[in-house]
Design a protein around this ligand. Structure first.
Ligand SMILES: [Zn+2]
Length: 398
């Protein structure tokens, strides 16, 4: 770490020029969090840093690799050069977390984490949600050698899906989940995910930002994907669900396929309204065609008895998805809201100001795979605003 407290209680940073003389003149350093004694290490090759005793029990101490220290310092200097209000190794007592960098904007507080080690999804999720619980957004930056790509396709590990940044809360389809990769000394790559391909890959737009010119805000602005490109990206996955292999066999996959078969629907003939990319898919391990088909087939029958539904009232669905998708209920609620608003964009439902929905057209199921894919194509055009007003046709009302 770069920060420490002196015997007399002054907290200093090795990256702050104004502290240099004071650091030279003092020999005793303590951790600002656990108060343990620290050692100042001045390697010839490595940046100077403070280190805990190897047997420390400090919650904030992790053996920091050289590149973690170096990347953190470079990103800090970049933000400083733009006059950003940024704190290095900021400790947040409310959530007992230490952010690599903590940025305060007019509208938000942002923790920037330079994640060099491989972690699991659960850890990323827990830390993200802890930050969000105290009103802090988090942006994960990974080292460049974590980036696996081929053209516009990015290959993702489970924890990287979770690290894809997007503001939580109200459904906002314009916010693409984004991943950031730092290539020292000065290239920050942004991968803006705009379509799901499988649990291991996604379609993304890549931008290489050469620091220090771009601002943090610029780096976080998603790129605009041309509509025709977006349409084919969305249809790549839909084509796979109709003509390709079945979704990977998981307990949830078996459960959904059994439920569908009870309604005489093989998975290839799933409703055309299901299997689309929503930004919140990054939270979910299971294929979108599975959870959306299931949810869609749960929702539509409600309209036989009532004229509108409220997403808040889908209690049974929420609980069930929470268990099957291993997702906190609050996140499932966001996911369901997002899906209902998505159906409104398809003009299947009409969404109202109070988050209730009415049915605009009675959906029909495809009778054949080809017909299903034709329906998918019409929806994709509609989503990408390529002008299409023909209602999808199919066999029987659900
Ligand atoms: Zn400590």
């Amino acid at each position: 770490m770069f920060t420490a407290t002196s015997y007399s209680g002054r907290t200093v940073s090795l990256l702050n020029d104004a502290d240099r003389a004071y650091i030279e003149a003092n020999a005793e350093w303590y951790c600002p969090i656990c108060k343990e004694r620290l050692q100042l290490k001045k390697g010839r090759k490595r940046r100077a840093h403070f280190a805990h005793h190897p047997n420390t029990r400090c919650p904030s101490s992790n053996p920091e690799s050289e590149r973690h220290l170096e990347g953190k310092a470079l990103l800090f200097e970049w933000l400083k050069s733009h006059g950003v209000d940024v704190r290095l190794e900021a400790f947040l007592p409310e959530s007992n977390q230490r952010a690599d960098l903590l940025v305060k904007n007019k509208n938000e507080t942002l923790a920037l984490e330079y994640q060099c080690s491989t972690v699991d999804r659960e850890l990323i999720r827990r830390r993200t949600m802890l930050y969000q619980s105290i009103g802090v957004q988090v942006l994960w930056v990974m080292p460049f050698d974590h980036l696996r790509r081929k053209g516009n396709v990015i290959y993702l590990k489970e924890w990287q899906w979770e690290a894809a940044y997007h503001a939580s809360g109200a459904p906002d389809f314009d916010k693409m989940p984004s991943l950031y990769y730092f290539q020292p000394p000065s290239i920050l790559w942004a991968a803006h995910i705009n379509a799901y391909l499988s649990s291991k890959k996604a379609h993304a737009r890549f931008v290489a930002h050469r620091l220090p010119q771009p601002t943090l805000e610029r780096v976080r602005t998603p790129v605009v994907v041309p509509d025709d490109g977006q349409r084919s990206a969305l249809l790549a996955y839909k084509k796979e669900t109709r003509y390709g292999k079945r979704p990977p066999s998981t307990p949830f996959s078996t459960f959904v396929q059994e439920e569908l078969l009870r309604k005489k629907i093989p998975i290839q003939l799933h409703p055309a309204e299901a299997g689309w990319f929503l930004p919140w898919q990054t939270w979910v391990n299971e294929s979108p065609v599975l959870w959306q088909s299931w949810l869609f087939l749960q929702i539509i029958p409600y309209f036989h008895h009532q004229t509108f539904i409220a997403s808040q009232s889908l209690e049974r669905e929420k609980q069930l998805l929470s268990i099957h998708l291993q997702l906190p209920v609050a996140r499932v609620q966001v996911l369901i809201d997002a899906y209902l608003w998505f159906l409104a964009r398809l003009r299947v439902l009409m969404g109202h100001m109070d988050d209730t929905f009415t049915l605009m057209q009675t959906p029909r199921l495809p009778r054949s795979v080809d017909e299903g894919f034709a329906m998918d194509q019409r929806y994709a055009s509609r989503l990408c605003a390529l002008g299409d007003s023909i209602a999808p046709s199919g066999s029987f009302p659900l």
